[in-house]
Design a protein around this ligand. Structure first.
Ligand SMILES: [Zn+2]
Length: 348
């Protein structure tokens, strides 16, 4: 952060636009910031050494190769802007990925490092998440696969959703059309935080439901009675493998796994239908996307579709957020910190 904030209020927007577009031309600055020629020249001059460089030998301006693209100079302004959007919104869709759960103390399983940190025994074997969380693994190594899922079930049951969940709920309740949650998390934390289940779409299913691996019926049943005992160090289920109450075949979590052709998506589809019906009456709700990585296409596609329908977007993500689109509010910060930061502006 520079010690002296530059006096021109367009300094940081100009910086953001230059770095985002990789275009250092005056015409570009004029167009994006809607300023005159002289103002654009002054801005570029001010950004010299920070975001752009002048090369005398070629008489050209270039983007500074070492420009820090990862510092959110506009954080407070963005938090205030986000608070204003929330204040004026009539409806809210929360699009939540793994980043939402991490602040409740849940491990980040989205890459091998996080996965191996959470399950050192599997790290020692260099086992990938894909090789545990799959129908194939359930078939070949059921005690290990259920060691993993049993541990996760116990962990999610023991986890208290962080304060950000409560803030989201409060904001949504104040809006005339309320809010809806779209998440790929299977941990059930939104239900636990008190969001009504009729307003949650879990696009990858839920760990709190089971299905039969033999597909004897299309039924799902709750895990309520299941108390998995897991040797955590070895990631092995020690209690009995859960069974289908109808046919006795191995039961599995109703979660979309890797290479999974047998996931029973009936419940998830019903939730989706509820979301679509709500969206019919609520054409362009404010979208608050939290902790959803680019790799999670289902979430990002949904957000994009909502933007095309005219929804404003607040994107909160610790990773991959920087300067994707200067017209959105992108906040590079953890979920809980951001939500609490926005709340401060709502109080003020
Ligand atoms: Zn069965």
């Amino acid at each position: 952060m520079p010690l002296d904030p530059p006096r021109d209020p367009l300094y940081y927007p100009a910086r953001r636009h230059l770095l985002f577009s990789n275009d250092s031309s005056i015409a570009h600055l004029q167009r994006r910031l809607r300023v005159g020629h002289q103002h654009a020249i002054a801005l570029r001059e001010a950004l010299r050494g920070d975001a752009v460089e002048y090369r005398a030998e070629t008489d050209s301006w270039q983007i500074h190769p070492q420009a820090d693209r990862h510092t959110d100079f506009l954080l407070e302004e963005k938090l205030a802007q986000a608070a204003r959007l929330i204040q004026h919104a009539t409806a809210l869709v929360i699009v939540a990925g793994a980043g939402m759960g991490i602040d409740s103390g849940l491990p980040d399983l989205q890459d091998n490092n996080g996965f191996w940190q959470a399950y050192p025994a599997l790290g020692k074997q260099r086992r990938q998440l894909e090789s545990i969380a799959s129908p194939q693994a359930l078939k070949q190594r059921p005690a290990t696969a259920w060691g993993f899922y049993g541990h996760r079930l116990n962990l999610y049951r023991a986890t208290t959703p962080h304060a950000g969940f409560g803030l989201l709920q409060r904001w949504g309740q104040r809006m005339p059309q309320g809010c809806f949650v779209f998440t790929n998390n299977v941990d059930g934390q939104f239900q636990k935080a008190g969001f009504p289940s009729a307003r949650i779409y879990e696009c990858h299913g839920s760990i709190h439901r089971l299905q039969c691996t033999a597909h004897c019926s299309g039924e799902l049943w709750p895990t309520a009675g299941l108390r998995p005992q897991v040797d955590e160090a070895a990631v092995q289920l020690q209690s009995e493998l859960p069974r289908c109450p109808r046919c006795g075949a191995l039961a599995r979590p109703n979660i979309l796994m890797f290479d999974d052709w047998h996931w029973n998506q009936a419940r998830s589809d019903r939730q989706r239908a509820l979301l679509d019906r709500w969206l019919d009456k609520t054409p362009a709700p404010l979208v608050l996307e939290i902790g959803a990585r680019c790799a999670i296409a289902s979430l990002r596609h949904f957000t994009k579709r909502m933007q095309q329908r005219g929804s404003p977007l607040i994107r909160i993500t610790l990773h991959e957020a920087n300067i994707h689109n200067p017209d959105d509010i992108e906040i590079t910060l953890g979920a809980k910190d951001t939500l609490e930061g926005i709340q401060l502006h709502l109080n003020g």
